[in-house]
Design a protein around this ligand. Sequence first.
Ligand code: HEC
Ligand code: HEC
Length: 191
Amino acid sequence: MKKYLIMAVSAATLIGGVALFADDERYERKVYAKSEKAVQPDMPKKKLNEFETLYQKECGSCHMAYQPEFLPKRSWSKMMDTLDNHFETDATLDVNDHKTILTYLTSNAGDSKYTTKHFSKMSNSVPRDEAPLRISQTPYFMKEHRGIPKRLIEQKEVKSIANCAACHTTANQGIYSERAINIPNYGRWDD
Ligand code: HEC
Ligand code: HEC
């Protein structure tokens, strides 16, 4: 799949990058790329790609297809149970697609043992007795984004903090490294 190809390329760039720009290293370590390790032994890669394509199609039409790693299993289960009223929209699916997407989401969730360390930070920050439906309301997300001025989020080029790809230029590939951040009408982010 194209996605994996891009990741392989960026992994290669990464290795080169670390060697060439030693003081950029801390950004490189923050790459949220899904590694091969995240492919579960009980879900063959071919099947995972198939599931992922369906997920992109069905859950990526109104907004980007958010990476399942950002929320725990219990959040995805709750979301899939309430698709008839999904943030004031109807996102219901037919029975088979529903089943496939639920499996895809829960087996790649932040609390799945195959999920990479970086990716599970948002999910791990959620108190055990809570099941938020928004990645943007998990404690770690809020902590990481609290310094962004409101006007940069409300501006028409972004509109919502849930519009990840407006600022994270490579969000669709699952890469959230700091150097891939470009906030419209602001630019690179330095903390
Ligand atoms: C008919 C349009 C539509 C479809 C289809 C849809 N969504 Fe959404 N979704 C929305 C809207 C609208 C929001 C709220 C966006 C905002 O606040 O900017 C949202 C928000 C979300 C959020 C929370 C984002 C955040 O962190 O604030 C998640 C997670 C999500 N959707 C997952 C899914 C999944 C999984 C599917 C597929 C089963 C799906 N969506 C299909 C319309 C849709
Ligand atoms: C308005 C721009 C903007 C939007 C929209 C946005 N982010 Fe961010 N994000 C940032 C900035 C800026 C940082 C860096 C914060 C820092 O390091 O101080 C960041 C950091 C991150 C990080 C890295 C945290 C770490 O451990 O280094 C992740 C992951 C992330 N965002 C995911 C998301 C996801 C997922 C969404 C959508 C649900 C999203 N962001 C929406 C601007 C944005």
